[in-house]
Design a protein around this ligand. Structure first.
Ligand code: ATP
Length: 241
């Protein structure tokens, strides 16, 4: 693991109007790792992700990505820096085909150094073969799981160094969640780091190298997923002890 983080939040505070949702959060993601961010409803997980990509303004503190201060960078500029969000609710372009959803996103792609393998349409269809089969269909004709695959593909085709996934399992059947989560190691092995916001603590723990727990806008637990006990996670999650 590199000694300097790929993404680093320092003393990050953010909120909405009079409401403060994040309180002086310090948080890192290192190149190539999978980090799971857990916490109860309203803990601030989505706010944190959105503050990284310029969708919620930062009130205090800084966010650096790949050594560059991105605290004030507008959301549309971040894809070309190598930061991609799979938003909660997927937010696909309705009325457009699977392939057009992917192609539109490719226009915002980061320029890759020579020799770095790119996430092409072909490679995405290898990752999720059903998308290749359905490439000509309008996205609203797809199942929820297939739509989630398009949302992930749309983020990957921007060639991210870090993929931010906001509750990608939400509302999906366990079998479909299993199919999607099975692809995360493939994405990780391609060199893309992943930050997962996940409600299912067991899934989060099993799928990540490190886990962080937010409670009412503060990080209350952080460590290697393989070393943190379920009891410690449960206590942090509910703010007990
Ligand atoms: P969930 O799992 O329910 O999505 P979360 O941990 O992602 O929860 P956030 O969505 O980040 O939590 O919300 C953190 C706090 O900010 C909550 O109290 C929420 O009500 C509040 N909040 C979120 N979005 C807004 C908004 N647009 N305007 C006002 N308050 C908001």
């Amino acid at each position: 693991m590199n000694s300097s983080p790929l993404l680093a939040a320092r003393a990050l505070s953010a909120g909405y109007g009079d409401f403060q949702a994040l309180f002086s959060v310090d948080f890192d993601v290192f190149a190539g790792e999978v980090v799971a961010l857990i916490g109860a409803n309203g803990a601030g997980k989505s706010t944190m992700l959105k503050s990284f990509v310029g969708l919620v303004p930062i009130r205090a503190g800084t966010v650096t990505f790949d050594g560059r201060d991105i605290s004030k960078m507008p959301a549309h500029a971040l894809a070309s820096q190598g930061l991609a969000l799979v938003p909660e609710g997927r937010r696909l372009f309705r009325g457009m085909t699977v392939e057009d959803n992917l192609r539109v996103a490719a226009d915002r792609a980061r320029r890759l150094p020579a020799g770095v393998p790119a996430w092409t349409l072909e490679r995405l269809y290898d990752l999720f073969p059903i998308l290749g089969e359905r490439r000509g269909q309008a996205v609203e004709k797809l199942s929820g799981g297939q739509q989630q695959m398009v949302a992930i593909g749309r983020a990957l085709i921007t060639q991210p160094k870090l993929l931010l996934c906001d509750e990608i399992s939400l509302g999906l059947a366990p079998r479909v969640i299993g199919e999607i989560y099975a692809m995360l190691p493939v994405i990780q092995q391609s060199g893309t780091a992943i930050l997962l916001v996940e409600q299912d603590v067991t899934l989060a723990s099993r799928s990540s190298n490190r886990i962080c727990c937010l409670l009412e806008g503060r990080i209350v637990l952080s460590g290697r997923s393989s070393e943190i006990s379920r009891e410690a996670i449960a206590k942090a999650y509910f703010g007990v002890g």
